[in-house]
Structures are given as C-alpha cells and as structure tokens.
Design a protein around this ligand. Structure first.
Ligand code: C2O
Ligand code: CU
Length: 514
C-alpha cells in the first residue's frame, strides 16, 4: 500500500519500481507447476465450437495457506485454456458477474472488429447493469487517473450483459491469450486475474514431430505483489493514494510485483523426463521485462532453441543463450534436458530481476526416457516476406511521455488515446513500414496483423526479433522499423503500448482499416 508506493516514487526505474509483498512468501521451487485446465466446449456442432466463460470474483490459493481475492475467468487464474484448430471458428459467450464493466480481447487473434474487444465495447455487470459507466470513478478498480478522458461521444459506447465473441482463427497456429481491455482500466483488471490462454494448432504443425503431450508446457509468467490481507496489492486500489504527491510516478512507470508467478503459482517446480520439452512462454506481466536463462546445477546454461514467435513458427530454429521478453510477447522454445543427470535441477532465472524476483521457476529431471521428438531444420515456409519496396507508405510514430489532461501520461505521436479520433487510417491490403521510436522501454502491440521487424537502431533485427510478431520491444532511444500488410478485416482496431499501465495512461491509438 501506501508505504511501498510512496517509497517507490523516490527510486524511479525504466519500468517502475517493485511493490513489496506484506505476507510471508514461500521458498522457491516447492509449489508444483499448475497447468491451466482446458475448457470443454458446450457444443461443437454447426459453424463454430461454442464456449461459455463467466467472469467472476473468486478466492484462490496462490501462496500456500493464503487466500487471494481475484477477478477470474471461470474461477481460476490463469483462466481456462481454449484449444482450437486453425480455420475452425470459436464463439465464446462471456457473462460478466464482476462488479465492473469488462471487455475481452483475444491478443494475437485475426478477429473481425466487432469481436476484437474495442475498449469502449463493454460487457456490463450482469448483477449491476447500472454500474455501466465505461470509465467510472466509482468502480473498486478505479485508479481515477486516466479515467474519463476522450468519452465525448456516448454513442461510441456499446454495452451488453453477456456477449458472444466470435473468432474465425483463420491464421497461423500459435499461442494467443485473452485478457481484459477496458479503456483506462486494463492494467488493474489483468493484475487482478483477467487473463487466459488460447492455443491454435494445425495439421502441418502437428506433423513436425515437436515435443507434444506432457512434453509441451504453456508457461504464463506474471509478477504480482500481495497485501497484508492476502489480496493482490496494487497502488491505485487504495483510494487514499490518489491525491498524494508522488504516487502517480510509480503507477505511471508501470507496476511490478516481487512475486513471480508461472501459471498462477509462485516460483513453481516441474518434474520432467531427461528429454526435449516445448515451452510456450507468455510474458503476461503488466510491466516487467525478462531476460530468461536456464541454468543447471553446475552453472551451465542450457540452450533455448526458439521455434516460434508471437504469430507462430519461425522459418528455422534460432538458438539463444537468454531470451529477452517484453510484456505480451510469446516465445515458443525447445529445451533439452537429456544431458541433465537424474535428480538434477534446471532453474529459469530472469537476468534483469533482483532479489527474489530473479528466480522464475525450476525443472527437476526425475527419469531417463525415450525421446522421439525432433526439431526440424525447416519449421515453416509460409512466413510473409514483405519487402520495403512493397510498402505504399512509411509512418513515423513516437512513443513518449508527455502532458495529458493536466498531468503526465504516455503519448503516441504526441497525443493520448481518444476513441473519437482517427490516428492511422489505411486501406485493406496496403503494405506499410512503421518507424517506431521510444523514450523508455515500450512493448508496442498491433491488433489484427502480424508484422516483421525490419531494423532495430538502424541495424539488422536482433535474433529474438525473428519471425512474425505482434508485439515488439522498443528500447530507450531506439528506433525500430516494422513492416506489415493490413489484411483480413476492415474496421476499427488499435495499436498501443503493452506496458498495461502505459496503455491505461494514454499510450494507445486507433488503427482504422478501410
Ligand atoms: Cu494484449 Cu490490445 O492487447
Ligand atoms: Cu509503454
């Protein structure tokens, strides 16, 4: 609460300072790694597989012996995983039993605009439909800082009590995630638990012989901090903080917690065979960056062989010693435990973290086992290969701090988000190059399309920029060029910083495809 936040204001850092938990924390590598339950469809007949998700409050044991009040999809954190096939549409009916309006966005989905979860396209609380002010200060989550801006046209707000989101999933197979996206309130909603995974597969990927079944693990990494009552700590949840000088700063930079959760468990451990595993890693943290490395008992680093990026398989594997991961990025990675002795441990650490936040999770090798998996030298041959000369225009977009509604905020091209303004208008099918430049770290995410990184800081992209991306990490002062084709659907989409606090504090813009 107060002490943490006030203390934090004096030691600013590029992504904010870390909240300290006020409850005893468990030792690392004791809690078993949970795997989120796969959601069963309510029907699979007809045009689409149908699912139902209820958004509700739940009390969940995250730290051993401590109950934590969360906002959840179906009562768990992470929410249930949706397993789908390429080109087989999925309809998810979301019912909102939370005390606040919500919005669902499938991150990385090639989704028609009406199901993409525009930030004012609300699902109202079923129990309290009158609580429907889209940016209301009266909601428990309200941090009341970015709130209320831009809502000049109330007709722009669409509301309902339940909502069917339909996803065609006509896209490259990959790991997607769904999360809240309400205007001004996305960061506290995700922090409180509104995030889950969706995996898209196809026959071509299944035929590659990659590690599968129990040797394929989704890993959703997210940091949190816990208050004395066991609930999640979040600076803006304390209304007394609002008017105190200095409190705005840590919030503005982005909120970090001192507990690293993987699939909702603190510093978990997972028992593995001495074999190859496919790790499908998502950085679902609001603001924390990672540089992950896998270290054996002897201090040796294991190779992390990247096979896929945000938007699916690479053309060929890329071997990393460490993996930089900005918020919302996904890395599909093979790790081989064959050389680890039985009984040995491999810890995944974040080189950027300090103290307890340096540890992420561990694997314990418990048996020798046969391994018929493989890592093909050619993984995919359908990666778009847009050339600079294909581009019909080049746009310059800056991501910087600036003045907003009488205070500080985060701006794109000098402006804070306004749902009533058109920022980028492009034609369906156009190829564009975007030159992005940042003041501090900003992970920039485009809805609807995947893109390639063309250059970074005037040089060729880095190894972790490979493949088709939907989120790219901008580093301080660096300019990054991306190229994409705006195809698939027309309509109003978004691009924004995926530091969730930056996003709530203005760093989002409209992308209209006409
Ligand atoms: Cu992961 Cu616009 O969102
Ligand atoms: Cu940012």
């Amino acid at each position: 609460g107060l002490t943490a936040a006030a203390g934090l204001a004096r030691r600013p850092s590029f992504t904010g300072a870390e909240l300290r938990s006020a409850v005893p924390l468990p030792p690392a590598f004791r809690v078993p790694l949970p795997l989120p339950a796969v959601l069963a469809p309510v029907s699979t007949s007809g045009e689409a597989d149908r699912y139902e998700i209820t958004q509700r409050e739940a009390s969940v044991e995250i730290l051993p012996g401590v109950r934590t009040a969360l906002w959840t999809y179906n009562g768990t954190f992470p929410g249930p995983t949706i397993e789908s096939r390429r080109g087989r549409p999925v309809t998810v009916t979301h019912r909102n039993e939370l005390p606040v309006p919500t919005v669902v966005h499938l991150h990385g989905g090639r989704t028609p605009a009406e199901s993409d979860g525009y930030p004012t396209d609300l699902v109202l609380p079923a129990s309290r439909p009158d609580a429907g002010s889209p940016t209301g200060h009266h909601t428990p989550a309200g941090h009341g800082m970015g709130a209320g801006h831009g809502m000049r046209d109330p007709r722009a707000v669409v509301t309902r009590l339940t909502r069917d989101y339909t996803f065609p999933l006509d896209q490259r197979p990959t790991l997607l995630w769904y999360h809240d996206h309400r205007m001004d309130f996305t960061a506290p909603a995700i922090w409180r638990g509104l995030a889950g995974l969706q995996i898209v597969r196809d026959d071509a990927e299944d035929a590659l012989g990659l590690p599968a079944g129990e040797r394929e693990l989704p890993l959703m990494i997210a940091d949190r901090a816990f208050a004395a009552d066991g609930g999640l700590d979040y600076p803006a949840l304390d209304p007394t903080l609002r008017d105190r000088p200095g409190v705005r700063e840590p919030y503005l930079a982005g909120v970090l917690g001192d507990v690293i959760l993987v699939n909702g468990a603190p510093w978990p451990v997972h028992e593995v065979d001495a074999a190859r595993y496919r790790l499908r890693i998502l950085n679902a943290s609001n603001a924390r960056h990672y540089e992950l490395e896998a270290v054996g008992d002897d201090g040796r680093r294991l190779d992390l062989v990247q096979i896929g990026a945000d938007q699916g398989l690479l053309a060929a594997p890329v071997t990393h010693r460490f993996l930089p991961m900005a918020p919302a990025e996904r890395f599909d990675v093979i790790i081989d435990f064959a050389d680890v002795p039985v009984g040995g441990r491999v810890t995944v650490v974040n080189r950027l973290g300090s103290g307890r936040a340096r540890d992420v999770m561990a694997f314990r090798v418990v048996r020798r086992a046969a391994d018929d998996s493989r890592i093909p030298r050619v993984l995919s041959s359908d990666l778009p290969d847009w050339r600079r000369s294909d581009a019909v225009r080049v746009r310059d977009l800056s991501f910087r701090a600036g003045r907003m509604h009488g205070g500080r905020g985060w701006l794109i091209g000098g402006l804070p988000f306004d749902p009533a303004r058109s920022d980028v208008v492009t034609r369906l099918g156009d190829v564009e190059v975007w030159r992005l430049v940042a003041d501090v770290h900003h992970p920039v995410h485009l809805h609807l399309v995947g893109f390639r990184v063309l250059s970074r800081g005037g040089r060729p992209p880095l190894p972790h920029d490979a493949g088709l991306k939907d989120t790219v990490s901008l580093r301080p002062g660096e300019s990054v060029e991306i190229i994409t084709r705006f195809d698939g659907h027309r309509g109003r989409y978004l691009f924004h910083c995926h530091n969730a606090e930056h996003e709530d504090m203005g760093m989002m813009a409209n992308l209209e495809i006409i």
